[in-house]
Design a protein around this ligand. Sequence first.
Ligand code: MEV
Length: 449
Amino acid sequence: MTNSRAPGFYKLSIADRRIDLIARAGLDKTAFDGPLLDEQTANHMIENVVGIYGLPLGIAFNFQINGKDFLVPMCVEEPSVVAAASNAAKMIRAGGGFIAEADEPIMISQVQLTDVADTFSAKRRIEAEATELMVQADAAYPSLVKRGGGVRGIEVRVLEESRPAQKGMLAVHLLIDVRDAMGANLVNTIAEAMSDRLARLADGRVGLRILSNLADKRLVRVKARIPASALAGKDGAVDGGFGGERVRDGIVSASRFAELDPYRAATHNKGIMNGVDAVVMATGNDWRGVEAGAHAFAATRGEHGGYGPLCIWRAATDGSGDLLGSLEIPMAVGTVGGTLRVHPGAKLALKILGVERAWELGMVMAAAGMASNLAALRALASEGIQRGHMSLHARSVALHAGATAEQVERVASEMSALGDVRHERALSILAEIQTQELAKPRLHVGGAS
Ligand code: MEV
């Protein structure tokens, strides 16, 4: 069984991290020998390829979902996302880990019908034929049915009523169980196969035939309970004397802010998507689709029915003083087909995760989203976000001033401690380090120092 606790991993060199990960995730010893994407493969993925644009791939630790440990690969350009998710997952672990559940993998395929003379009788005619239509739809993709998927229902929505002087518009939703695929190609094929018959039944014309990215029949729900003590810093209080209860109440207040205000909800959800998208990217899934689905779903989650947060936080009322989190998000992702068929990095990411089923992958992504949200709110509700960002900034100033990989941490932490994160300060600390190194006694080949 995977162990997702790895304190000290961040201190290792990249080569040593790979060795650790290969052992931990049971990967092939050659897992990192080749590039995560080569030009030949890239050339078959999109058009007019001129190069490969890289992004860092990191691992988030401490994730335990429904009692099972996961090593979570994250592909992201933003500093601190991976560390923040790992830290928050550790706090959630202290309260028993993430509890997650996923709906059946039902995607919605839309067939638009226009110029419908009588929308309500058209709706009735289609609904009356639903069983037969479903048989026909399944026949359009027999291999999906063989894999246990297929059409599960048909819904007809009147978008624009027909009137004496105006024809109307319908949207027919084919609800399709796509099993472990993201499902876009599958459901588009079925919609195209069904559209003529639907138009005849409706006495209208075929419009668009395409999936809906508002995958609200394919939701993942995650819950977490965090002891207030786990929210405090190492000495029982995060810097500035913010104890666990105070941080918890700050997080609850931040959640209320997002529930009441779409301006805040957008940023709150951006923090969630920091975690979600990083796993979506690492596993070769369609992050634009997941983003579109998440925000369309969020558009009805606010306190007053408008845009609201995907994850909310409350203090437990059972006397424990725990912080309770709950997140709900559409998760249209797959573990087969699409990019996954060809992208070696995406295949490796799935191996690292040890996940084969799409619903399980969705749970990991949602948990990463909740962890990212918790980490952001905890920082915002206590010391503020800039402090963490400043230490990362200090590292980049140190690197820019010429610090080696071994010197970066020391230069950055000395600058942070001095509250002076400038190029000149980095240079003077580096000069001091060099003087100290030169003064150190040296071992010569042959023995004596
Ligand atoms: C930054 O990438 C994400 C945050 O803005 C999220 C939030 O405000 O909750 C810190």
